[in-house]
Design a protein around this ligand. Structure first.
Ligand code: GDP
Length: 215
């Protein structure tokens, strides 16, 4: 069997403020979510080795949008807007929730969500909201406990164990990660390669493949 790539080659495709403005459907999409400062941009940099990616998402005017990236695997990465900036007004928070929720609930191409959590502060309200949503919809979720380099090995292991105890459903997976050192990079790329390759993403998640029309 061939191995997985050593990075995910990705290029900016477009930003969309709402579901209606998303690119034409038909390719598997993997959404990346995380509270601001969880290290989501650094994770994207580490996985793609392309600094341009996260910089694009952080361009003024794009921070509240869904940012789409084509990958050489065929599927698309979708950087969900950051959440939790103290500056964001309540009204903007509602706009965020409406747009992201409708994307998560209605985008047929979505095959999985990567949730980036800061290993030192996991399961904050935003994280729990995303996790509850994944439980509710049954969509696969892969959790990265990022900034693992900030804790000693023993503390990482116990953080991983207690997170695993909270995410027992079979469609959840999780791992230690460090966007700074590259810890966990191969494991994450391996999983993303399956999700982002049109043939394997359908096989990995038959429930997300299209159902036959009723006769
Ligand atoms: P975002 O707001 O979630 O996109 O977070 P950023 O990627 O901008 O990261 C926020 C801060 O955390 C920056 O100062 C990063 O350098 C730092 N950071 C991100 N990932 C890691 C990590 O794995 N380890 C350490 N030590 N710092 C990290």
């Amino acid at each position: 069997m061939g191995g997985h790539p050593d990075r995910i080659v990705a290029h900016f495709l477009k930003s969309a403020p709402t579901l209606d403005e998303c690119p034409a459907p038909g390719l598997p999409e993997v959404a990346i979510a995380g509270r601001s400062n969880s290290g989501k941009s650094s994770v994207l940099n580490q996985l793609t080795r392309n600094r341009q990616l996260a910089r694009t998402s952080k361009t003024p005017g794009r921070t509240q949008l869904l940012n789409f990236f084509d990958t050489s695997l065929g599927g698309r990465l979708v950087d969900l807007p950051g959440y939790g900036y103290a500056r964001v007004a309540k009204s903007q928070k509602h706009v965020w929730e409406d747009n992201v929720e409708s994307y998560l609930a209605r985008r047929e191409d979505l095959v999985g969500v990567v949730l980036v959590m800061d290993i030192r502060h996991p399961f904050e309200p935003f994280d729990v909201m995303m996790i509850d949503w994944a439980i509710h919809t049954g969509l696969p979720m892969h959790v990265l406990l990022n900034k693992a380099d900030k804790l000693k090995h023993g503390a990482c292991v116990s953080a991983l164990r207690s997170a695993r105890a909270r995410l027992t459903q079979p469609h959840f997976s999780l791992q230690l990660f460090s966007a700074q050192t590259g810890l966990g990079r191969d494991e994450a790329i391996e999983l993303l390669s399956v999700w982002l390759t049109p043939t394997t993403s359908a096989m990995a998640h038959p429930s997300t493949a299209s159902l036959p029309e009723p006769s």
